[in-house]
Design a protein around this ligand. Structure first.
Ligand code: ZN
Length: 570
């Protein structure tokens, strides 16, 4: 495996725009993000420069979640296999990737039990949700957990992108009804976008994944995709509407105020004591009610009438709830509907992949460029002296500056005598330290410091600042520094997606390091063909899909509904 130390670092950085993949693999090691000499595939060790940034990103997210009422939980790393396998789609999605754990000498009562390392925490959390949730008063339940999950990746692993140990934050929620669950999906998108864009300047789009690519056990999945310099999509966050798939598998039931459950935009259902199901559909001013027995195949009775109605199809509409109740009571002679319901659920997560997007999009040929907020060292102070006499005075002055800054910023003095100031300048540029303060004889005499700001692909900008103005100047310069990163990222992303209507245009741009938005039929078979022929993945539509009704699929020429994102991907 390729590795190098700082003594050879400058020669080893490749041109990011010529060979992005090798640039990434180099930079992530020599800029002290990870060390992957640890002898397990896909399990690198994280240096402070990497781990601090990951921790900080997850902290930012935790704060945003807590502002919205989410609370932190901790669940064990082991899941009993019989709990894990309860939701059948879920297990199909993860079965081949799990690590089993067996004790070397199990005690008698654990002899038959198989454990797995959690690959994601739905199943262990929902086992407990079923014990905790009793009434509508317990809802919504808004939880999150920052942890590690484990997946046995056999494909090529890539630091921060695909590995066997994933550092991340997962949120899990339970709700009274579909509307509340979907509001939380929207909220999760807002929270994640705030983390990605406001804090980290990572441009991204939200995409609804095709059915064949949604999370195992979900009704639907939205994913945040960014595009790396090589034109490949990188998924950096996902949010899933789990519907009632897990609550049915784990028996997460609550007692509600009334029996009606909203199951779609204009549909309710309700159950009686024999588990017969009423389905209520509201179309404009007409209400249709069908009754199904336990076979649930064809309705055994149905009824419809016109109703006066304010258009609000929700469980909060007391008037509508009363009407439905009365019709079922009077027309179906139903005397007992039950108020027990399965909860609606969502789950969503962001991992250390976010850091990989930060590195890939903001970095340059000199190394990392990190947003100020997530840099492990925000300001490095470098003393410059040429004699023993100068040394002690300048180091003393460096300490004064350090003491002035340490309360507000993560700051460090590099006093290493064995390295030249020039070497240090390069090293901290490589590591993505945003600000450097150099202090020599001139600064000492004039009571100033020289601030140098990390610039994209050019020499640092230098400012000589009076010590008494330093704190104020820094505040201003930090805002400017982050603004430049954001502006550059915005411009970068503008050219990363080509919207085109013909296969010829797509073929002509395949080697241009961009992603595409095209009219596509959304057939899985067509998706397989283009994967085989062009190595392109179908990522999905916008959250609110863009209409392409009069167009044809550029690959198979059948009718399409929407524009769809396609491209190479990680
Ligand atoms: Zn097609």
């Amino acid at each position: 495996m390729y590795h190098c130390d700082f003594s050879t670092m400058k020669e080893s950085i490749l041109n990011k725009n010529v060979n992005f993949s090798e640039w990434y693999n180099d930079i992530i090691r020599i800029s002290k993000i990870i060390d992957d000499r640890y002898p397990i595939k896909g399990m690198p060790v994280y240096y402070p420069n990497g781990y601090f940034a990951i921790k900080k990103i997850l902290n930012i997210l935790e704060n945003e979640l807590e502002k919205c009422g989410f609370e932190p939980y901790w669940f064990p790393i082991l899941i009993p296999y019989d709990i894990f396998k309860r939701e059948s789609e879920h297990i199909k999605g993860f079965e081949s990737e799990v690590f089993y754990v067996t004790p070397s000498k199990p005690v008698e009562e654990e002899k038959e039990i198989k454990y797995i390392l959690r690959p994601t925490s739905e199943t262990e959390m929902y086992y407990m949700f079923s014990l905790w949730i009793r009434s509508y008063r317990d809802l919504p339940l808004l939880t999150y957990m920052t942890n590690t999950v484990y997946r046995y990746e056999t494909k090529a692993t890539k630091p921060l992108v695909r590995g066997r140990e994933i550092l991340w934050n997962e949120a899990h929620t339970a709700h009274r009804d579909l509307d509340d669950a979907e509001k939380t999906i929207k909220k999760s998108i807002e929270i994640y976008s705030k983390v990605f864009w406001d804090h980290l300047s990572v441009p991204h789009i939200w995409i609804k994944r095709p059915d064949w690519d949604k999370f195992a056990g979900a009704d639907y999945t939205f994913a945040a995709d960014t595009i790396l310099p090589d034109g490949k999509f990188l998924q950096i966050g996902t949010t899933h509407l789990l519907g009632r798939n897990f609550s049915k598998a784990f028996n997460i039931i609550f007692e509600d105020e009334h029996p009606f459950i909203k199951i779609d935009k204009n549909k309710f259902e309700a159950f009686n004591e024999n588990n017969y199901r009423y389905e209520i559909e509201i179309i404009e001013d007409k209400i249709k009610i069908r009754l199904y027995d336990n076979n649930n195949k064809e309705s055994i009775r149905s009824y419809e009438e016109n109703i006066e109605f304010d258009g609000n199809i929700s469980e909060d509409n007391k008037n509508l709830i009363n009407k439905m109740n009365n019709i079922i009571k009077n027309k179906f002679n139903e005397n007992k509907l039950v108020n027990k319901k399965f909860v609606w659920q969502t789950s969503f997560g962001i991992s250390m992949r976010t850091l990989s997007a930060v590195i890939s999009i903001h970095g340059d040929n000199k190394g990392l460029i990190l947003p100020f907020e997530i840099s492990h060292i925000q300001i490095i102070i470098i003393p410059i002296y040429y004699s023993e006499d100068e040394r002690s005075k300048i180091l003393k002055y460096c300490e004064d500056v350090y003491n002035l800054l340490k309360e507000k910023y993560r700051v460090k003095i590099d006093k290493d005598d064995t390295k030249s100031p020039g070497w240090k300048f390069n090293q901290y540029e490589l590591m993505g330290v945003p600000f450097r303060i150099s202090i020599g004889k001139k600064e000492l005499e004039k009571n100033t410091v020289t601030i140098s700001i990390r610039q994209y692909d050019s020499k640092s900008k230098n400012y000589e600042v009076k010590l008494e103005n330093l704190l104020n100047e820094l505040d201003r310069l930090i805002i400017e520094y982050d603004k430049e990163i954001k502006e550059r990222a915005r411009k970068y992303f503008e050219n990363k997606i080509l919207k085109i209507d013909s296969l010829k245009d797509l073929e002509n741009n395949l080697d241009k390091n961009v992603a595409f938005k095209v009219p596509f039929c959304m057939r899985e078979e067509c998706a397989k063909n283009i994967k085989e022929k062009y190595s392109l993945d179908v990522r999905g539509t916008d959250v609110i899909p863009e209409d392409a009704k009069n167009k044809k699929c550029i690959f198979c020429n059948t009718n399409v509904k929407y524009y769809v994102y396609v491209g190479k991907s990680y």
